[in-house]
Design a protein around this ligand. Structure first.
Ligand SMILES: Nc1ncnc2c1ncn2[C@@H]1O[C@H](COP(=O)(O)OP(=O)(O)OP(=O)(O)O)[C@@H](O)[C@H]1O
Ligand SMILES: [Mg+2]
Length: 286
């Protein structure tokens, strides 16, 4: 791809100072151990975090550092071994099915492999209609629903008319990820958790997906938790960064603080793997 000014982004431009915003999701001493005795794995080991409304935060760490385990606890898919999670300032209570369902209206996720996230037997219009219904739009007119689905697709540069009769497996990886974002656009959760959403797609689609996540945050004020092993992507997209090593946060702060003045040796090592991290981003090489 040609390197021209239009594909170069000033990374400082979109960063938000979120410190004074209300808390959206936070945790104290959040922990997950698997197994016991000689087989004990401290996947997530007493981590503290504070994610604010509208904040785009990245959690960065190498394979096995505990990122997915933490996201599963945040989503309420697995129990914590220890610690507390607070949602919108209140201790999270997902002790019953009903309470869990309510919680999931506030937090949604997109995963590495978008194909695993859909029921393959539902056509795409059904996938999107379900989102409208889940948000209490069952009673809306057919025309209104059509308008909402068309708007969600155009937000992610997909043409609804070309998709209506298709099944998820008929889409490319990049189109699927965009459809996932269109779903989130309709569901409008308070928090989106995106666990390595770009690792299965080519560099060009990756840049597009990152920009769509940024637009989503900018247009809806959603809190986005972006999980990645790639500190370069994290620097490109986030307001704040948490660095995770062996189940612990070794460093956290604003993206500029962490990348320009790293304190932990582990952070410095991750940064040294990305030679041009401090330069303006050339999207064609992301
Ligand atoms: N269900 C499980 N049972 C036992 N151990 C587990 C389980 N799930 C994860 N682990 C272990 O917990 C640690 C953290 O795994 P996790 O999947 O959270 O890492 P990750 O940071 O998401 O890695 P990756 O970048 O490869 O996705 C690993 O040592 C893993 O083997
Ligand atoms: Mg993972």
């Amino acid at each position: 791809m040609k390197n021209d000014a239009s594909t170069t982004v000033n990374m400082q431009e979109h960063r938000l100072d979120v410190k004074n915003r209300p808390m959206c999701l936070s945790g104290k001493g959040v922990t997950k151990y698997f197994g016991f005795g000689k087989k004990l794995t401290k996947a997530v080991d007493h981590v503290d975090f504070e994610f604010h409304e509208g904040e785009l935060v990245s959690i960065v760490g190498e394979s096995g550092s505990g990122k997915t385990t933490l996201s599963k606890m945040l989503l309420g898919l697995i129990n914590t071994t220890d610690g507390e999670i607070y949602f919108q300032g209140q201790k999270r209570d997902i002790s019953t099915r009903h309470k869990k369902k309510e919680y999931w209206k506030g937090i949604q996720a997109i995963f590495q492999d978008p194909f695993s996230s859909f029921n393959t037997f539902n056509r795409i219009d059904t996938v999107l209609l379900d989102c409208i219904n889940m948000r209490g739009g069952k009673h809306l007119s057919k025309d209104k629903k059509f308008e909402m689905m068309t708007e969600a697709c155009s937000f992610v540069n997909l043409k609804f008319a070309e998709l209506t009769n298709k099944y998820p497996f008929e889409l490319s990886g990049g189109q699927m990820q965009r459809l996932m974002i269109a779903r989130i656009f309709l569901l409008k959760p308070k928090i989106l958790l995106a666990d390595e959403p770009t690792s299965m797609i080519d560099a060009c689609s990756r840049a597009t997906i990152l920009d769509m996540l940024l637009n989503l945050r900018n247009e809806t004020g959603m809190t986005i938790i972006f999980i990645t092993h790639d500190i370069g992507l994290a620097y490109y997209i986030s307001d704040s960064i948490y660095i995770m090593e062996h189940g612990k946060f070794v460093e956290s702060g604003s993206a500029d603080e962490v990348i320009l003045h790293p304190k932990a040796a582990y952070t410095r090592r991750l940064i040294s793997d990305v030679p041009k991290i401090h330069e303006a981003w050339d999207l064609s090489t992301v």
